[in-house]
Design a protein around this ligand. Structure first.
Ligand code: ZN
Length: 141
């Protein structure tokens, strides 16, 4: 049986779940948080580093900051895309103002920037605000 590895976005615990349960609302075995939330969750740099390295399900990160107008414009689109992609990919947000080391670590030159990780490597990245439908298409390309 195929399994997926998912880092809990709440407590950081690694969870192994059967692939067919991805769309069945799986929860963290340690803290009970939803492993596939149908919304974009804010995470810190430590959780991002772990999830980017260990997750087998596509992880899409929106690097943003509160002072960035295009980032704020894209926020509801990103949230909508997170709902559309629920069960297939996880969409998370990282506030680069609160976690300034993230910019250097991931080579972020401008925001918003989205990076998709899968199985420990960067699959693709995109800069600039996007509509929900474009985000969904990009995440699944
Ligand atoms: Zn947890």
């Amino acid at each position: 049986m195929a399994h997926e590895t998912l880092t809990c976005l709440d407590c950081g615990q690694l969870n192994k779940i059967p692939s067919e349960r991805l769309k069945a609302g799986p929860k963290c075995g340690t803290c009970g948080a939803k492993l596939m939330p149908a919304k974009a969750v804010q995470i810190d740099l430590k959780t991002l580093e772990k999830a980017a390295k260990r997750d087998t399900v596509p992880l899409v990160v929106d690097f943003w900051a509160p002072w960035c107008g295009p980032c704020r414009m894209m926020a509801p689109e990103f949230t909508k895309a997170a709902g559309d992609l629920s069960g297939r990919a996880r969409l998370v947000k990282l506030n680069t103002q609160d976690h300034q080391a993230a910019g250097a670590k991931y080579g972020i030159r401008g925001i918003p920037t989205m990076i998709q990780f899968r199985k420990g490597r960067e699959v693709r990245r995109q800069s600039g605000a996007m509509q929900a439908s474009a985000i969904v298409g990009w995440a699944q390309a």
